[in-house]
Design a protein around this ligand. Sequence first.
Ligand code: 4NP
Length: 147
Amino acid sequence: MSSLLFVCLGNICRSPLAEGIAKHIAREHGLSIEIDSAGTGKWHIGEAPCEASQRIALKNGIDISDLRARTVLPEDKERFEKIVAMDKENKRTLEDLGFRNTKLLGDYGDYGGKDVPDPYYATDAIKEVFTMIRTCVEDIFRKEFHV
Ligand code: 4NP
């Protein structure tokens, strides 16, 4: 596998964190993988990641300030081998749009299929969100890329 797309609702809180963490791990291990993120919604297209996500990423040595939100596109179906949704609603939306190669982030890292909490209205959940995303993304790299 050499391409990975992370998807949430707005592409400003959760999936940019997953993208930043995944790119960081790929760089650390010298892996050449296409990594991107997108939202199922269109409200925040062109926006930078939310402040809480930017801040916690930077605290952990990852700068996500240059990422910009986009919506999922039909061509993502062909472009990405694996598409990882942050919660079940995102996954269902992708399936309704005809995406077949979707997984739930919470299926990795012993989270038992848990949804990544949406931090948009609860920024105090951001630490829990970051820990879950990092743990699950690390597990993806262990299972899919053997690092
Ligand atoms: P995200 O968070 O899906 O993690 O980017 C959200 C961002 C925006 C909205 C909801 C969730 N919104 O309703 O605009």
